[in-house]
Design a protein around this ligand. Structure first.
Ligand code: PLP
Length: 405
C-alpha cells in the first residue's frame, strides 16, 4: 500500500482531504472501502508470525482494517495527536477511553455538564465497579481545586458543554489534574478539532462522536479516541481488541468522505450560528441566548482564548417554558426537531424532555437547563432561510411567551 508522497507539513484543509490515504496496487483516486471481516495468509508460517508480532499483516477487522486505519491517521493528523483509534460510536469512544484506564479503587472527577450518556457512565456505571466519582461545576475552578486535592486517576470534561455551552478552563484544570495524578479526557465534540485543540492546553486524551460534524451529513455513527502512542498502544488497544467496540469499515469510509469537507462546513455553520444568535438576542420572546463568542456569554474571554470560532450550536431560553418551546418547534417548517447535531440540516432539540430528560429535574436545574431551553444545531442551509424559519416559529410562540410575562 502506498502512502501520500508529500513530506512537507500540510495544513488542516489538506490533511482532511489527503491525510492517512493509502493507495492499493489498483491506484484508486478515492480511499478504498475494505469491507472485510478477516484477512488471509500466504502460509501457515505467515499466520504464526503475524500472531507472534514479528510480521505486520492485518488479522481481523475487530482490531485492524485498512479503511479504518486511514480514518484513524486522518483524524490523528488533524488533531496533531500521536495516535488514534476509531470506534463504533462516540459513546464507545468515551467508554473505552475511561474503562481501559480505570480499575477498582480509582477516583474520577468530572464536570457536571456532560452529555447524558457520559453523565450516566460517571454517575451510575463506574461506581458499580468500585470507582469513586465526583461531579463539579465545570466553570468553578475552586470546585475543581477542592475535588482534585485528593489522588485521582481520571478527569472527564466537555467544553463547550452540551447543551448550555459552558466553557471549562482546560489549562487550569489540566494543571490541577496532573498534580493529582490524573489523566484528562476532553470530549471535543462541540468544538471539533478545527476550532479547538485540547492537547495544546494539556489534555492527555481527546474523544469525539464522529457521528456529528465529522460525518456531518447524518448518515453513520462513529467515534474516535486520541492520545499518546504509548497510551493508545498499551492501554487502549488491548481493551478495544478484546472488548470489540470497533467501527465498521463502511462507516469509517463514510466518515473519511465526510472529513474531506469539514473545513468548508464548520466555518460556514459557525458564521450562520453567530448570525442566528444575534437575531435571537433581538427577539422579545427570547429571555437568554448562549453563544460562546457573544459579548453576553459569561465566559466569552475564556471561549475566545481556547477556540477560534464560537461553534455551530446556539442555546436559548424562551419565555413561556415548555408550552412556548413546543409551539415554537411545532411551527418550524424548515428546521427539523431532532436530538442529533453537527448535521448539514439545522436541528432543534428541547433538552428537558429529550436528551436531558433522564438526568432529572434537580440536576437540570443545577445545569441551568429550564423547560424553556432550546438547543439549535445550525446547518448549511442559506442563513436567511434559517432566520426566516426561526422568526416565523417565534411569532407562533409569541402568545405563550407573552402570557408568561
Ligand atoms: C458531547 C457528546 N459526547 C458524546 C456523544 C455520543 O456520541 P454517539 O451518539 O456517537 O455515541 C454525543 C452525542 O450523542 C455528544 O453530544
Amino acid at each position: 500500500m502506498a502512502k501520500s508522497r508529500s513530506d512537507r507539513p500540510l495544513r488542516p484543509a489538506t490533511l482532511l482531504v489527503r491525510g492517512g490515504q493509502m493507495r492499493s496496487d489498483f491506484d484508486e483516486t478515492s480511499e478504498a472501502m475494505y469491507l472485510t471481516s478477516g484477512f488471509v495468509y500466504d502460509s501457515a508460517a505467515q499466520a504464526e508470525a503475524t500472531f507472534a508480532g514479528t510480521v505486520q499483516h492485518y488479522q481481523y477487522s475487530r482490531f485492524g482494517n485498512p479503511t479504518v486505519v486511514m480514518l484513524e491517521e486522518r483524524i490523528a493528523a488533524l488533531e496533531g495527536a500521536e495516535a488514534c483509534r476509531a470506534t463504533a460510536t462516540g459513546m464507545a469512544a468515551v467508554h473505552a477511553a475511561m474503562l481501559s484506564h480505570l480499575k477498582t479503587g480509582d477516583r474520577v472527577v468530572a464536570s457536571r455538564a456532560l452529555f447524558g450518556s457520559c453523565h450516566w457512565i460517571v454517575s451510575t456505571l463506574l461506581p458499580r465497579y468500585g470507582i469513586a466519582t465526583e461531579f463539579v461545576d465545570g466553570a468553578d475552578l475552586a470546585q475543581w481545586e477542592a475535588a482534585l486535592s485528593k489522588p485521582t486517576a481520571l478527569v472527564l470534561l466537555e467544553t463547550p458543554s452540551n447543551p448550555m455551552l459552558e466553557i471549562v478552563d482546560m489549562r487550569a484544570v489540566c494543571t490541577l489534574a496532573h498534580k493529582a495524578g490524573a489523566i484528562v479526557v476532553v470530549d471535543n465534540v462541540f468544538a471539533t478539532p478545527l476550532l479547538q485543540k485540547p492537547m495544546a492546553f494539556g489534555a492527555d486524551v481527546v474523544v469525539y462522536s464522529a457521528t456529528k460534524h465529522f460525518d456531518g451529513q447524518g448518515r453513520v455513527l462513529g467515534g474516535a479516541v486520541l492520545g499518546k502512542k504509548k497510551w493508545v498502544e498499551e492501554v487502549l488497544q488491548p481493551f478495544i481488541r478484546n472488548t470489540g467496540p470497533s467501527i465498521s469499515p463502511f462507516n469509517a469510509w463514510t466518515i473519511l468522505k465526510g472529513l474531506e469537507t469539514l473545513h468548508l462546513r464548520v466555518p460556514a455553520m459557525c458564521r450562520s450560528a453567530a448570525a442566528v444568535a444575534d437575531m435571537l438576542g433581538e427577539r422579545a420572546e427570547v429571555s437568554r441566548v448562549l453563544y460562546p463568542f457573544r459579548d453576553d456569554h459569561p465566559q466569552q474571554k475564556l471561549a475566545m482564548a481556547q477556540m477560534s470560532a464560537g461553534g455551530t450550536l446556539v442555546t436559548f431560553d424562551l419565555k413561556g417554558g415548555k408550552e412556548a418551546c413546543f409551539r415554537f418547534m411545532d411551527a418550524m417548517r424548515l428546521i427539523d426537531i431532532s436530538n442529533n447535531l453537527g448535521d448539514a440540516k439545522s436541528l432543534a432539540t428541547h433538552p428537558a424532555t429529550t436528551t436531558h430528560m433522564r438526568v432529572g429535574a434537580e440536576e437540570r436545574t443545577r445545569l441551568g437547563i429550564t423547560d424553556g431551553t432550546v438547543r439549535l444545531s445550525v446547518g448549511l442551509e442559506d442563513v436567511a432561510d434559517i432566520i426566516d424559519d426561526l422568526s416565523e416559529a417565534l411569532d407562533a410562540a409569541a402568545p405563550a411567551a407573552r402570557a408568561a410575562e
